[in-house]
Design a protein around this ligand. Structure first.
Ligand SMILES: Cc1cc2nc3c(=O)[nH]c(=O)nc-3n(C[C@H](O)[C@H](O)[C@H](O)COP(=O)(O)OP(=O)(O)OC[C@H]3O[C@@H](n4cnc5c(N)ncnc54)[C@H](O)[C@@H]3O)c2cc1C
Length: 433
């Protein structure tokens, strides 16, 4: 084998997987067809659950230093403020959820932070052009180089070559009527404290959102036509009606078409699909990048331990189904920027297999204070952790979800999945008030 895991695509999904595998000591290669990292912002909403993942992966400090919480939305008629509100009004950190609301941070910054944390570089300019698999591994052609790996993961985005080559269906629809002009622009005449928007009807909508840590605004507007600086400049002038709000420069421009599609399989033998390669949907609700991050986080420990690999599809496919429904609901509600709930923050996602009151197997393990420190700090690292509380032990998976509660259930879990016990620590902890 040349490597254990060959990761195709270095967007947020592939990079999260690479970082998780690296801390497990699992040999991997991460390749990308592009010559260099993607320069446009695309996703700019990072959800609390992704921040918890980044806490575990050890990159939360640079993330927090680069983003911004509670930026207020403003709707104008010219300069007149018609409405101002905080989508995350009243959401503040608590003991069990240290990250309480969506952070604004450009996707390229998230990717840069993940790349910087990797022990080896992303191999750019290296497209996957074919692959075959057999009982022992996958032989892929990267550029013109044959590479043999035990597993291959397609994190290669909505147009995924891996998905198409596998013949996996991408079931759903394209909404030709739901198009959006997007880009990263430099604008004068606007403060960087608000997410500014104009437009009485949806066909006249324009939003300019400051991208924290940069001098750019993300441009979003309804409209048609080939993206061009002249078109964007005209939209800004006409929809704001203001001479002193001027577009000077655009570093990225694109026409976004809404596709609502997902795969019918997340795994074919030794090949897996994750992130946009497995599901695409409306950007309303800021979910795509976040869901890819969590696909990777669900898959990383299973690939590292080479166990429970079938549960990847079993656990992530229902999440993708929920995601397509939820984002479509937000998109068609006519109120895409109203108050967010636990669903959109991705904190209430669970892999429960049975119902019951209180904390159950499959639930996200909440943070909390103990005499040994914060729960999230005790869980940090690539292993399963038993938290031996005085009122009984809780076994937590490497991705922070509860595996089993109580001694006999934990013994049964280890009995059914013996490999997991080899990657296991125990911490005796008392809850602190
Ligand atoms: C305008 C807009 C706003 C958005 N807002 C949000 C938001 O607020 N929050 C959110 O969570 N999401 C948002 N999204 C969605 C988010 O951008 C995507 O879901 C995210 O980029 C998916 O990440 P990924 O790693 O799965 O795929 P990608 O980021 O698409 O990365 C795939 C990578 O694979 C590479 N690749 C492709 N083919 C090959 C090949 N054959 N060989 C090697 N490499 C290959 C590509 O070069 C690329 O680098 C938004 C998207 C848009 C367009």
């Amino acid at each position: 084998m040349d490597t254990q895991v060959l990761i195709i695509g270095a967007g947020p999904t592939g990079l999260t997987l690479a970082l998780d595998l690296s801390r497990r000591g699992v040999p991997f290669r991460i390749v990308d067809a592009s010559a260099a990292p993607f320069a446009g912002s695309r996703g700019k909403g990072l959800q609390p659950r992704s921040m918890e993942v980044f806490h575990d992966l050890g990159v939360i400090e640079p993330i927090l230093a680069s983003g911004r919480f509670h930026m207020k939305m403003r709707v104008y008629n010219g300069r007149e403020v018609l409405r101002e509100w905080d989508v995350h009004e009243g959401r503040h950190p608590t003991t069990d959820r240290p990250y309480a609301s969506t952070m604004l941070i450009p996707q390229f910054r998230v990717e840069q932070i993940l790349r910087d944390a990797l022990p080896q570089p992303v191999e750019y300019g290296m497209p996957l052009t074919s692959f075959v698999q057999d009982d022992n591994g996958v032989t892929a052609v990267i550029g013109s180089e044959p590479v043999r790996a035990k597993y291959l993961v397609g994190c290669d985005g909505g147009k995924s070559f891996v998905r198409k080559h596998l013949g996996v269906q991408f079931v759903g629809e394209t909404h030709e009527d739901k198009q959006m002009l997007v880009g990263d622009v430099r604008v004068s005449g606007l403060d960087r404290e608000h997410w500014h928007s104009w437009g009485g009807g949806i066909d006249k909508w324009l939003a300019l959102c400051p991208l924290p840590g940069t001098d750019l605004f993300q441009f979003q507007s309804t409209g048609e036509g080939e993206p061009s600086f002249e078109l964007y400049r005209r939209i800004v002038r006409e929809r704001t009606g203001l001479d002193d709000v001027v577009l000077h420069d655009a570093t990225w421009m694109s026409l976004y078409r809404t596709n609502i599609r997902m795969v019918d399989r997340f795994r074919v033998g030794r090949v897996f699909l994750a992130g946009d390669a497995a599901h695409v949907h409306s950007p309303a609700g800021a979910q795509g990048m976040n869901t890819g991050i969590q696909d990777a986080y669900n898959l990383g420990w299973k690939l590292g331990m080479e166990t429970l690999l079938d549960t990847y599809e079993a656990e992530r496919k229902p999440v993708a189904e929920w995601l397509l429904g939820m984002t479509t609901r937000i998109m068609t509600s006519g109120k895409p920027f109203e108050q967010r709930d636990d669903e959109t923050l991705q904190l209430s996602l669970s892999y429960r297999t049975s119902d019951g009151p209180g904390l159950q197997p499959g639930d996200r393990m909440p943070d909390g204070h103990t005499d040994q420190g914060r729960v999230f700090d005790l869980l940090r690292g690539p292993d399963f952790v038993t938290l031996d509380f005085p009122d009984g032990p809780v076994l937590v998976r490497p991705d922070g979800y509860v595996a089993a509660i109580g001694r006999s259930a934990i013994d049964a879990y280890f009995g059914a999945n013996p490999v997991t016990q080899l990657h296991h620590r125990r911490v005796a902890a008392r809850s602190a008030a």
